[in-house]
Design a protein around this ligand. Structure first.
Ligand SMILES: Nc1nc2c(ncn2[C@@H]2O[C@H](COP(=O)(O)OP(=O)(O)OP(=O)(O)O)[C@@H](O)[C@H]2O)c(=O)[nH]1
Ligand SMILES: [Mg+2]
Length: 204
């Protein structure tokens, strides 16, 4: 009898785990890995360590009765890894599309990144744009340009800095909330808890 109860409780706790899959996308050295590291570990790495292929991390978030597990696939921006990246587009549900505000070329490359993911099977992916390195003064892309482009594509836009944490949590929590409100089959309470978390993070 005790064994049956134990199995039952394991099943019910397991059924409250919900997984979502997020990728990062953008040119090399724009700050994708640093942005994810800042969000997951509250750390900043000054030295540039290029990602080899793809890095994986999981971020657990308690949302009411649910354990949200965000699977983060941090992709290398180099063209050398196009074959590796192509494996990840098809089942990703969310994407942080990153450019560096001090490099116009990285901003201008954004449409090519959209083509790459669409050509390789990305469908219904929720895409948010992150304009990184906003702590630096030598900007080459204005906030208005970034915002206007994101809006023209129907994407949310965030000005962020992995160095000083500006807008990092609001970016991620808003992305998760949007994903959970669009992915079919997400329990209503989970989607509502994610929206609440995003609101609290924004108001911090
Ligand atoms: N000042 C400043 N520097 C940053 C910021 N984010 C990243 N960097 C620096 O930019 C460099 C590249 O950062 P990464 O996060 O490794 O870049 P990436 O986009 O992951 O690059 P790949 O893995 O090669 O595609 C590093 O030297 C970081 O320290 C930021 O918000 N502010
Ligand atoms: Mg990287």
């Amino acid at each position: 009898m005790r064994a049956v109860r134990a199995a039952g409780s394991r099943k019910s706790s397991r059924s409250r785990v919900f997984r979502i899959k997020v990728i990062s996308m953008g040119e090399t050295a724009v700050g994708k890995s640093c942005l994810i590291k800042r969000y997951c570990e509250e750390k900043f790495i000054q030295k540039y360590i290029p990602t080899i292929g793809v890095d994986y991390g999981v971020k657990p978030i308690k949302l009411g009765e649910y354990d949200l597990r965000v699977n983060l696939w941090d992709m290398a921006g180099s063209q050398d890894y196009i074959e590796v990246r192509n494996e990840f587009y098809k089942d990703s549900q969310g994407c942080i599309l990153v450019y560096d505000v001090t490099s116009r070329a990285t901003f201008e490359s954004l449409p090519a990144w959209l083509n790459e993911c669409k050509e390789n099977g990305a469908e219904n992916m929720v895409i948010f744009v992150a304009a990184t390195k906003c702590d630096l003064l030598n900007r080459k892309v204005t906030e208005k340009e970034g915002r206007d482009w994101a809006q023209s594509q129907g994407f949310m836009y965030f000005e962020v800095s992995a160095l000083n944490s500006q807008n990092v949590k609001p970016l991620f929590t808003a992305l998760f909330a949007r994903m959970l409100s669009t992915i079919p089959g997400v329990p209503q309470e989970l989607a509502a808890a994610a929206v609440q978390l995003a609101k609290e993070t924004r108001d911090d």
